[in-house]
Design a protein around this ligand. Structure first.
Ligand code: GZL
Length: 359
C-alpha cells in the first residue's frame, strides 16, 4: 500500500477509534443521564415517593361530575403513590387552561384534562408537550390539529349512548301504539362531546323513525337550567310526547316542571329520556318518572391509573379507551336494545342497584 494509502488507512483507524470512543462516551452520557434522571426521580420519589398528577376537572355541575371527581381522587390518592393536584374549573375553559399552565409550572409528572368543550386546546396542550408532560384526556374529547398533543383519551361512546336510548324509545313507542313522536331536547353544555354525540344520535334516529324534533335548547347539564328550559317548552308546545334530556340533572329539572304544570309523566303524557344513570336518576326510573336512563359510567379513575403505570414503565398505550354503559328502565317490558350490530339487555332498576350506585 503506497504512503497515501497507508496515511488514509491510519486516518480511517483513527476515525474508527475516535468514533468508538465517541459512541462509548455518548452511550456513557446516555447511561449517566438515564442514571441521573432515575437518580433525580429516585431522589424526588424517595423524598416524596409520589407521582405528581395535575387534574383539571370541568366543575361540579352534575351528580355524574361529582362521581367522576370522587373516582379520580380515590384512584390518585397518596396511599396509592400519587400527589394529586385537583382543580375545579366551574365549567370555564379559561380556568382549565390556567390550571394546565400551573401544572406545567409545577413540573407535574402527568396531566389529566376533562375538557369542558372540544375546541380551544391546541396552544396549551403544545405547552405541555414542550414541557414533556404526558396529557390524558378524560370523559369528553378534544379536537386538536395535532393528535400527538395528548397521549390518550378515556371515556364513553356518547353517540352510541344516544342510539341505545332512541332504539329503546322506538320500541317503547310502538308498544304503546304511538306512531309519531313529538320530541323536545334539553341539551348539555354546547360543544361538549356528550352533548354533540347524544344530539346527533337523536337527530339521526328522528330521521330513521319519522319522529318530529319540536325544539332543542341548552340546559347546561344542570337541574336548574333543565327545569327552566322545560318550563319554556311547556309554555310553547301542547303536544310534547317526549323530553330527551342530555343528563339526569336536566331530567330531574324537567320532571319538576312537568309536575308543576300538572302534566302526566309516561306514555299517557310526557316520557322522559335521560343519560348518566346516577343514583338520583335511577330512583326517578324506579318511581316511573324517567322512562329510560342510559348509563355513562364516571368511575374510571382506576383505568387511568393503569394507563399511567404503563407510561411510567415506558410501555405503549392505545389512543382511546372506551368505558361500557348499561341501559336502565323500570321494567323489562323491552328486554333488549340494539345499537348497530351490538345488543344490550335492559337492566330493571331495583333498590339494590340504587343502593350500590357509587355516584
Ligand atoms: C358525560 C359527561 C357529562 C354527563 C353530565 O361523560 O361529560 O357531563 O353526562 C356531565 O352529567 O355534566
Amino acid at each position: 500500500m503506497d504512503k497515501s494509502g497507508k496515511k488514509r488507512k491510519k486516518w480511517v483507524e483513527i476515525l474508527v477509534v475516535a468514533g468508538s470512543i465517541c459512541l462509548a462516551v455518548l452511550a456513557g452520557i446516555g447511561v449517566a443521564n438515564d442514571d441521573k434522571i432515575l437518580k433525580d426521580v429516585g431522589k424526588d420519589e424517595q423524598k416524596e415517593n409520589l407521582i405528581s398528577v395535575g387534574f383539571s376537572q370541568v366543575g361540579a355541575e352534575s351528580g355524574w361530575r361529582t362521581g367522576n371527581s370522587v373516582s379520580i381522587k380515590d384512584a390518585f390518592s397518596a396511599k396509592n403513590g400519587y400527589a394529586l393536584i385537583f382543580k375545579d374549573a366551574q365549567q370555564q375553559q379559561e380556568q382549565q387552561i390556567k390550571s394546565i399552565r400551573s401544572f406545567i409550572q409545577q413540573g407535574v409528572n402527568y396531566i389529566i384534562l376533562a375538557p369542558v368543550v372540544e375546541t380551544g386546546w391546541d396552544t396549551v396542550l403544545k405547552e405541555a408537550k414542550d414541557a414533556h408532560i404526558p396529557v390524558i384526556i378524560a370523559d369528553r374529547k378534544v379536537k386538536v390539529k395535532d393528535e400527538s398533543l395528548y397521549t390518550t383519551w378515556v371515556g364513553a361512546d356518547f353517540y352510541q349512548e344516544g342510539i341505545k336510548a332512541c332504539n329503546w324509545l322506538n320500541k317503547y313507542a310502538k308498544k304503546n301504539g304511538k306512531k309519531r313522536l313529538n320530541i323536545v331536547q334539553i341539551q348539555g353544555t354546547q360543544g361538549a362531546t356528550a352533548q354533540l354525540g347524544r344530539t346527533k344520535a337523536l337527530e339521526d334516529s328522528a330521521k330513521e323513525y319519522g319522529w318530529t324534533i319540536l325544539d332543542q335548547k341548552n340546559g347546561e347539564f344542570t337541574q336548574a337550567k333543565g327545569q327552566e328550559v322545560m318550563e319554556m317548552y311547556l309554555a310553547q308546545y301542547d303536544d310534547i310526547d317526549v323530553v330527551y334530556c342530555d343528563n339526569d340533572n336536566e331530567a330531574l329539572g324537567a320532571i319538576t316542571a312537568i309536575k308543576n304544570a300538572d302534566k302526566k309523566l309516561g306514555p299517557e303524557g310526557i316520557s322522559v329520556v335521560s343519560f348518566d344513570a346516577s343514583e338520583e336518576g335511577l330512583q326517578a326510573v324506579k318511581n316511573g318518572e324517567i322512562a329510560v336512563d342510559v348509563e355513562c359510567n364516571p368511575d374510571f379513575g382506576s383505568e387511568i391509573v393503569k394507563i399511567i403505570k404503563r407510561l411510567k414503565y415506558g410501555r405503549s398505550v392505545d389512543k382511546e379507551y372506551y368505558i361500557t354503559d348499561k341501559v336502565f328502565a323500570k321494567t323489562k317490558e323491552i328486554p333488549s336494545i340494539e345499537a348497530g350490530k351490538l345488543k344490550w339487555d335492559v337492566v330493571q332498576v331495583t333498590e339494590d342497584i340504587i343502593k350500590k350506585r357509587r355516584y
